[in-house]
Write a protein that binds this ligand. Sequence first.
Ligand code: TK8
Length: 340
Amino acid sequence: MMKKVLLSILSLAIVVFVSACGSDNASNSSNEQDQYTIRIAGGAVGPEHSLTKTFNYLKDKLEEESDGKFKVDLNVAGELGEDREIIEAMQMGEVQLASPSPAALGGFNKSVAILDMPFLFPDRETAYRVLDGEPGQMILTNLEDSGFKGLGYFENGFRNVSNNVKPIKTIEDIKGLSIRTMQNQTHIEAWKLLGANPTPMAFGELYTALQQGTVDGQENPFGLIVANKFYEVQKYLTVTNHVYAPNVIITNKNFFDGLPEDLQEVFTSVVKEAIEYNRQLAQEEEKTAREALEAEGMEVYEFSTDDLKQMQQIVEPVYDQFKDDIGAEVVDTFLEASKQ
Ligand code: TK8
C-alpha cells in the first residue's frame, strides 16, 4: 500500500516539474507550434503612399523574422475605417498594429496633441532626435493608460496648405478661406487665428468635400496630396511646412504583454527597422511628390521668410491656450528639447 502512495506522489511531482518547465518555457520563448495573428490596419492613405508601403514591409518582415510564428493580416488604405475607428478596434483587441495620426490618438490621451503643434520641429533632424528620445518616449508611455503600447513614430511629413480658390502668396490670402482641418482643437484654433474658417473632418471624407467645394482647401504633406489625388480637386499649393506630422505606431498592450519574450523582441526590432525604412521612403517621397504635383498642373508658391515668421507668431498662442489640456510638463519638455 505504502508503495502505491509513494509512486503516486512521485508521478505527481514529475508532472508538476514538467509543466513548470513548460510554463517557464512559454513565458520566455515561443514554441515551434506557436502562431500569433497580427492584424495591421492602415489609415485612409492611398496605396502608393510611403505609409502603405511601410505596412507591406512590416508584413513581410514580421512573418520572416518570426519564422512564420506571426501571421500578418494586412489591411491598408482605410479598409478597416478611419484612424479613430482603427484605434477603437485596437482597444477591443481586433487590431494589433496601426499608426494613426496624433489628431485621432489625441482623443484617447490628451498629451498626444503636442505632436501636431505648429512649428514645433524646425527640421527632420530635430523631429527625429526629440521623437526618438525621452520626450517621444514620454508620450508612448502615457498611451499605456489607454491600453496601448507605443512603439515609435513613422513619418507623415511637413504639412503644406492647398486650396481651389486663389493663390495663397502671403499670410493675408488665408483670410476667409474655408480650410479642412484634422479633428483636433489645436489645429482648429490655429487656422481661426490665421483668419480662415476651419472645418474639422475625417481624412476619408476630404476628397469628396474638396470636389464638391464643401471646403476650399486643406493642409497635408506633399506625399498625401499625391497619394490621395487631391491635385485633381486643388489648384493652388503653398509651401508653409507649418507642422511636422509623425504617425504614432501602436499595438494593443495586452496582446503585446501576452507574447513570449522572444516574439516581443522580434516585434519591437522589426518596428525599429520599419521606422528607418519609412523615414527614408518619406524623405524621397517629399521630393518626388512636389515635382509630381507641379507636373499635374498645381501652381506651387513659397511663403517668404517674413510670412513664415508672421504665421508662426500668429499661431503661437495655441501653446499657452492648450498647455493645461496637453500637460504643462509635456509642453515644456518638447519646447525645451526642440530648441537644443
Ligand atoms: C490618414 C490621416 C492623415 C492626416 C489627416 O489616415 O487626417 O489629414 O494627415 O494622415 O491620418
